[in-house]
Design a protein around this ligand. Structure first.
Ligand SMILES: O=C(O)C1=C[C@@H](OP(=O)(O)O)[C@@H](O)[C@H](O)C1
Ligand SMILES: C=C(OP(=O)(O)O)C(=O)O
Length: 409
């Protein structure tokens, strides 16, 4: 397999239309809910992302051992799905997945009556799931400051519980838009729930099969926004994005308004053009953690100082993203420091034709976030296959937009 790609863009001018991949977050909720609904739902524009293809395969698998690979939503959503539907499964994943915590979800499901045991270290996959004997409990309090995926997993299966579920969220609610996306999809499949204060209430109900069309992925869009910000000239249309999106990463529109990209919503998607960028910016990524890497890499390249909060969850994703970013921006001569707990400062540098060869840490977003820098100078990206998790056609789309992508063996 190719170990690195060399990337450059001969003109620095970006013009054209990009067909983005579909959102893996929406697709994976739709797949779980359609499975719980039974009957025949029609899911349109399912993502070609590995995370989605994998979940689709696993939901049709009768194997006793299920490998969620490196897909957080697959691991968390299937844990709740198998537990509450009373299936006996061994659920595992990559080495990294077995370092990503799952205790909050497992303890909540155990309280509801699920049989779940840890096969390795307590609090982490792999898990042995072995049946469900309802505990009659309907009120649960769960921590909401680690991962919203635990909350999404619980509320998606909640309509099946005999008395439904009242879920009290304890602490800061991180990645909140993903919880709201889950509620919106549940509603689309006929289930009513409420989210008032810090409590989500889901009565016992039946999902109804439905037709659902997955929107293009706003997280994937962020890399194109970053390219527009760095291009000499740009007029790029990203197809299939909507102004009334369920995806919290639509926040990229407001973030990039400050970093030099104007967005115009059109029938077919968004049209991006260049505008003036600010010189110092502050962002809170609590609601959109997957955008942080895009912004750090862009600001490092643009020479914009950025102060950031809401990065806590980055340490437990595909890699420790804070550490990975610190190493990679340092290779550009920039620095990323936690000045006081929770507050990060990125001090940029002006690129002076250093040789840039970015490591990707088995993390699709580490690859895609640094690619836009190729508009300024040739760069190398290691382990380019990592993009398959969310955006398998990324390299082809770059070529269509005038990048030279050369694979090095
Ligand atoms: O529910 C989802 O689809 C996701 C929730 C977020 O995770 P956390 O809730 O762990 O921050 C996000 O980072 C991830 O890419 C997808
Ligand atoms: C964190 C991510 O995914 P997951 O948690 O679903 O593995 C991501 O896609 O950036």
């Amino acid at each position: 397999m190719t170990k690195t790609v060399t990337l450059s863009h001969p003109t620095g001018i970006l013009k054209g239309r990009v067909q983005l991949p579909a959102s893996k977050s929406e697709a994976n909720r739709a797949l779980i809910i359609a499975a719980l609904a039974g009957g025949k739902s029609e899911l349109q524009n399912l993502s070609e992302a590995n995370d989605t293809q994998l979940l689709q395969r696993l939901l049709n698998s009768d194997s006793d051992t299920i490998d969620a690979e490196d897909a957080g939503t697959v691991m968390r959503f299937l844990t709740a799905y198998y537990a509450v539907t009373g299936q006996q499964k061994t659920l595992t994943g990559t080495d990294r997945m077995c370092q990503r915590p799952i205790k909050v979800l497992v303890e909540a499901l155990q309280e509801l009556g699920a049989g779940i045991a840890y096969l390795g270290e307590e609090g982490y996959p792999p898990l042995q799931i072995s049946g469900f004997k309802g505990s009659g409990k309907k009120h649960l309090k769960v921590r909401s400051d680690i991962s919203s995926q635990y909350i999404s997993a619980l509320i998606m299966v909640a309509p099946l519980l005999p008395d439904g579920l009242e879920l009290e969220l304890d602490g800061k609610i991180s990645s909140r838009p993903y919880i709201e996306m889950t509620l919106a999809l549940m509603k689309h499949f006929g289930v009513e729930a409420s989210f008032e204060g810090n409590t989500i209430t889901v009565p016992h109900q039946k999902y109804q099969p439905a037709t659902f069309a997955v929107e293009s992925d706003w997280s994937a869009a962020s890399y194109w926004y970053s390219m527009v910000a760095l291009a000499k000239e740009a007029d790029v249309t990203l197809l299939g994005l909507r102004e009334d999106s369920h995806q919290g990463d639509k926040a990229i529109v407001d973030i990039m308004r400050r970093l030099g990209v104007h967005t115009e919503f059109k029938q077919e998607g968004v049209r991006l053009t260049k505008k003036h960028a600010e010189k110092r910016v502050t962002f809170d990524f609590s609601n959109c953690p997957d955008l942080a890497q895009t912004i750090v890499a862009l600001c490092a390249a643009l020479g914009i100082a950025v102060e950031m909060t809401g990065l806590e969850s980055l340490r437990i994703k595909e890699t420790d993203r804070i550490q990975a970013l610190q190493i990679e921006v340092l290779s550009m001569g920039a620095s990323l420091e936690e000045r006081t707990p929770g507050i990060f400062q990125m001090n940029p540098t002006l690129l002076t034709n250093r040789e840039l060869n970015f490591r990707t840490y088995e993390d699709h977003r580490m690859a895609m976030a640094f690619v836009p820098i190729a508009l300024l100078q040739p760069i190398q990206i290691q382990e380019p296959h990592v993009v398959r998790k969310s955006y398998p056609r990324f390299w082809e789309d770059l070529e269509k937009m005038g990048f030279e992508v050369t694979a090095n063996e």
